[in-house]
Design a protein. Structure first.
Length: 157
């Protein structure tokens, strides 16, 4: 093998080790917001096919413990960002509040303003968390598939 090829190969391995270390650091130490932002950027659509294959193989190189930790983190994010469990309870509560407000208060416009602001706030929170949940779910699925493939490969050896 020529010196240029060896240098290129060693440089590639060094870069991969650095990227792997960076990925592990993101999984273990970054906040939820930083974690989601990292994976949104790394797996953003519109990049070259080889780029995505490289990212998949980088995740595959993680050890099982790191994969399991990533799966648990993304499962947790998915669960806490899933508003389908408790947002429907806000609608009847808001209806009860508005009914009571209109019956007991002559300033009906204040109730409408309050209800409108409340609904807008709830919808904003749900929209932001829904986006984050979608990122977490797609990355979670990726980690689960890679973990299953890695376990299968290990059992075949």
């Amino acid at each position: 093998m020529s010196k240029k090829k060896k240098q290129k190969s060693n440089t590639g391995k060094k870069i991969n080790k650095e990227k792997l270390k960076e990925l592990e650091e993101v999984i273990y130490t970054k906040s939820e917001k930083e974690l989601l932002a990292y994976f949104l950027e790394e797996f953003r659509f519109g990049k070259d096919m080889n780029y995505y294959k490289e990212r998949q193989s980088l995740i595959y190189k993680l050890d099982i413990e790191c994969l399991e930790y990533a799966i648990s983190r993304f499962s947790h994010i998915e669960n806490i960002k899933d508003h389908s469990k408790y947002v429907p309870a806000f609608i009847p509560l808001l209806a009860v509040y508005l009914t009571m407000f209109f019956k007991s208060n002559e300033h009906k416009w204040m109730g409408l303003v309050f209800a409108g602001v409340t609904i807008i706030c709830i919808l904003y929170i749900v929209a932001v968390d829904r986006r984050n949940r979608n990122i977490a779910v797609s990355v979670l699925k990726t980690f689960e598939l890679i973990k299953a493939r890695k376990e299968k490969d290990m059992s075949e050896k």
